[in-house]
Structures are given as C-alpha cells and as structure tokens.
Design a protein around this ligand. Structure first.
Ligand SMILES: CC(C)(COP(=O)(O)OP(=O)(O)OC[C@H]1O[C@@H](n2cnc3c(N)ncnc32)[C@H](O)[C@@H]1OP(=O)(O)O)[C@@H](O)C(=O)NCCC(=O)NCCS
Length: 156
C-alpha cells in the first residue's frame, strides 16, 4: 500500500475507485438529485476534492489516493482544526477487511506526528465497527454520543 498525494491524474483514478466500489455517501457529502453515481454526482465528487485539496485558495486538507499494486482503492485525508489534525479514510468494498485500513491509519498517524499538531482526531458512527477498531487500535480514546463517535489521541 502506498499513499499517493492527490493531483488531477490521481483524482481521475480515485473517481473510478469510488464509482466501482463505494456508495456516494461513504465518500462525499450528500448531493441533490437521484441516487447513485450519476453524472451530476461524479462531477460533484471531482469538485469536492478540487475545492478541499487541489485549489490553493480553498484547500482545507491534504488528500492521498490509497494505491495497492498500482490501483486506486480508496482515499485518506488529514485536515487541520486548530491544534488538532483530523483523519479520514474510505476504501473500496472489495479490499475492506484485509488490513489495508490498519496500514493507512498507521501512515496517517505518522504524517500527523510529523506535523506540529498536538492531537489526532477522527469521527465515525457507533455502527462502524471497522473504523472503531482501527481507531482504538492506535490507542485513541473513543467517546460515543448517540450515533456519533469521536476519537482522540494526543500526539507527542
Ligand atoms: C472503515 C474502513 C476504513 C476499515 O478499513 P479495513 O481495511 O476494512 O480494516 P482492516 O482490514 O485494516 O481492519 C482493521 C481492524 O478492524 C476490524 N474490522 C474491519 N472491518 C470490520 C467490520 N466490518 N466489523 C468488525 N470489525 C472489522 C478488523 O478485524 C481489524 O481488527 P484487528 O486489528 O483486531 O485484526 C473500511 O471498512 C471502509 O472504508 N469503510 C467504508 C468507509 C468508512 O466507513 N470509512 C470510515 C469513516 S470514519
């Protein structure tokens, strides 16, 4: 597994991975219109990443394509919030449950430790056992409030 920094060619590969193996709601905010990977939703996916990562005027996070043997299988991100850095991951359905999420989480944690952030945070939902296991596996403390789970790990 390697993390490839997002650029336009990597974004095109990422869209293919998302369309082939993920639900839109797992990988981007809700968008208007009929469900599924419509042309409108594909365009919104590209715009979402351009605005959040690629366009310097609007960028708020660093995004990487998760590549396995040269194929895009998901994305990883780090977003700064004050003294904290927030991590996010999604993987394509057919590669879930093979330990890739664990490797990506470890890489994101290393990248966060290399920054001057003092806390590593992530949010997920109570029913997301995979994400909760990944986060507790790195030693994060998990706080549950209703359906929401907030994970936090001090960086030193
Ligand atoms: C959550 C996600 C990133 C996990 O990645 P993954 O590669 O499937 O996870 P791994 O194979 O590395 O598994 C890590 C641990 O979680 C456990 N796990 C993974 N998926 C699980 C599941 N669905 N139910 C229970 N445990 C699960 C594994 O057994 C493993 O535990 P271990 O360390 O004790 O052996 C991936 O399933 C995913 O992309 N899901 C959809 C998007 C999403 O939910 N993103 C996270 C939002 S916060």
């Amino acid at each position: 597994m390697i993390l490839t920094p997002l650029d336009e060619p990597a974004l095109a590969r990422l869209l293919e991975a998302a369309v082939a193996g993920a639900d839109p709601l797992e990988v981007m905010p809700p968008a208007d219109g009929p469900p599924g990977w419509t042309a409108q939703r594909r365009a919104a996916f590209l715009e979402f990443h351009r605005a959040r990562s690629l366009r310097p005027e609007t960028a708020v996070e660093r995004t990487w394509v998760v590549d396995v043997e040269g194929t895009a299988v998901g994305a990883a991100r780090l977003e700064r919030h004050g003294d904290a850095v927030e991590a996010g991951i999604w993987l394509s359905r057919d590669v879930r449950g093979r330990g890739i999420g664990k490797q990506v989480t470890a890489s994101l944690l290393d990248l966060a430790k290399d920054s001057d952030a003092t806390r590593f945070v992530a949010s997920t939902t109570a029913d997301n056992r995979g994400a909760r296991t990944l986060l507790s596996g790195i030693g994060a403390s998990l706080a549950t409030e209703g359906d929401d789970v907030a994970a936090e790990l001090p960086l030193s």
